[in-house]
Design a binder for this molecule. Sequence first.
Ligand SMILES: *Cc1c(COP(=O)(O)O)cnc(C)c1O
Length: 374
Amino acid sequence: MPIHVVRPSMPPLDEYIEEIRPVFENRILTNMGPVYMKLREQLIRYLGAEELSLFVNGHMALESAILALGLKDEGEKRGCGEIITTPFTFVSTAHAIVRTGLRPVFCDIDRSDYCIDPDRIEELITPRTVAVMPVHVYGNICDVSRIESIAEKHGLKVIYDGAHAFGEKYMGRGVGCFGDATVFSFHATKVFNSVEGGAVSFRDRSLYVPLRELKNFGIRYGETVESVGGNAKLDEFRAAMGICNLRHIDSSIAARKAACERYHERLDGVSGIVLTRPRRGVEANYAYFPVYFDRALFGRTVDDVFAALRENGIGSRRYFHPAVNDLDCYREFAGAETPVARDVSQNILCLPLYEGLEADDVDRICDVILSPGK
Ligand SMILES: *Cc1c(COP(=O)(O)O)cnc(C)c1O
């Protein structure tokens, strides 16, 4: 039996049918209908967020958060404003910055948590800097207090890409409470999915209307067009999938946790293998199981391990490889070298992790990794 790198969580079919039955009666298919509103309320409670706006995916939520905070207006001309971010992320983070007319400035990461290195942020700040966009990589929570004190000192906004951090708490607070906004992804492959979907959580209530307009053609309360918006609404069918998956999220995370613990039992202390643990104070969601291979000590490269796993019917993912600033389409934004991000991106592999991955599966995966092959 092949083992895939991810397998989306799905509710029992009957549960989904019950959830969409009202949609077949009222024929409200989209446009922030009752199922959308119900999911929003439930997520506000689950995430411990103050305010939440749902989107068709995490990427459009990121773009909309940037625009809703008015960051585009800060520069003198289009493309002028800069956002300091990490190159060790999914391309969506940087794409959102470029596609909203701003410039990404890549800051190196901290080797201990793979998140943006707070010690390197200030040297990148220029008069054009408008915001910092850190990523809670693999569900490791960034050093939010240092990042936010730097941002405050320099008058910068902070938007967290929390696509990996669904449901996590840090120091007892939902991760969506930090910064000016936090963006979540509900893509099929994430800890919580609504097939496709996403959200922006925020504290400043005045962002509610701009976010709503950005995802619905700039229309205010179904009547007048007040601004230039796109279309990024979460429809009722996806919202219903979200409601069903949210019902099972705690057991889903518990199953991920058990798989991670098994990985740790097998891989902790192996020479040449570096594993991460969540920062102290993080209530983790066990989103990913990244393994850094030190090729000198381990004797084999990430490519060797990837190939050996594949020969045994096991998927894994070089996530994130390459670093965003090593992509050809980012050449014009490459800026200063980010050696830690490059090294980590070249030597890290995410192992299979999903609800339903059993201890036996983890053993099979670890047997391949630990067998002295090539
Ligand atoms: C998945 C992901 C996104 C994009 O979310 P979508 O819902 O797929 O659009 C953005 N940033 C990171 C770090 C992600 O992992």
